[in-house]
Write a protein that binds this ligand. Structure first.
Ligand code: B12
Length: 137
């Protein structure tokens, strides 16, 4: 596939296990991975995307608090002219069971994400990413 992916876990989130699996799975699929690990802020992700000239930013959130950390994405995306980068987020995208599941995907898309996976299996998400890359190129 030979595409570059920046990944990590956003905000104050220290759940590291999925992050390691994502790193390994992306490499197994032939991606070049820049893993920023846990506790990564949106601005740090954007800096890494710019510095590495990445094709994809794949953000994880497990503690459910991504909403508060990712709202500015649409503005940063415009400011840094990143319209060709694929922005993807997954994991647990809300806190607790109370959230209206139907609202989660449109909400994150309105923040500037192209692909949103709330409690979706990692391999399904990565299959979808590969299809999305195929359609774009
Ligand atoms: C282990 C664990 C911890 C450990 C973490 C250790 C470490 N360094 O990683 C400790 C004990 C420290 C911890 C702390 C906390 N935790 Co915790 N933790 C867990 C637990 C039991 C397992 C997580 C795990 O490693 N799973 C294994 C990995 C492989 O699975 P996964 O994380 O689900 O990831 C998969 C998918 O989510 C998906 N995925 C992930 N990212 C992405 C991205 C994309 C694009 C795609 C497609 C898919 C995808 O793919 C992964 C592989 O299948 C879960 C409960 C559970 N059974 O899942 C709670 C859980 C994640 N924790 C939770 C919470 C609330 C916390 C705390 C806030 C608790 C507290 N009050 O202090 C703190 C958070 C601290 C912080 N600042 O983040 C909640 C989150 C609830 C929510 N979102 O509504 C959970 C779900 C427990 C619960 N049911 O309430 N936790």
């Amino acid at each position: 596939m030979n595409k570059k992916v920046v990944t990590g876990v956003v905000g104050n989130d220290i759940h590291v296990v999925a992050n390691r699996l994502i790193d390994i799975s992306l490499q197994a699929r032939g991606f070049e991975v820049f893993n920023l690990g846990v506790n990564t802020y949106l601005e740090e992700f954007i800096d890494a995307v710019v510095e590495t000239d990445a094709d994809v930013l794949l953000i994880s959130s497990l503690n459910g608090e991504a909403e508060g950390w990712c709202r500015e994405l649409q503005f940063l995306r415009a400011e840094y002219e990143l319209k060709d980068v694929i922005f993807m987020i997954g994991g647990n995208l809300s806190v607790g069971e109370a959230a209206n599941i139907e609202e989660i995907v449109p909400k994150y898309k309105s923040y500037g994400f192209d692909l949103v996976f709330h409690q979706v299996d990692l391999n399904i998400g990565l299959d979808t990413l590969e299809e999305f890359i195929g359609h774009k190129s």
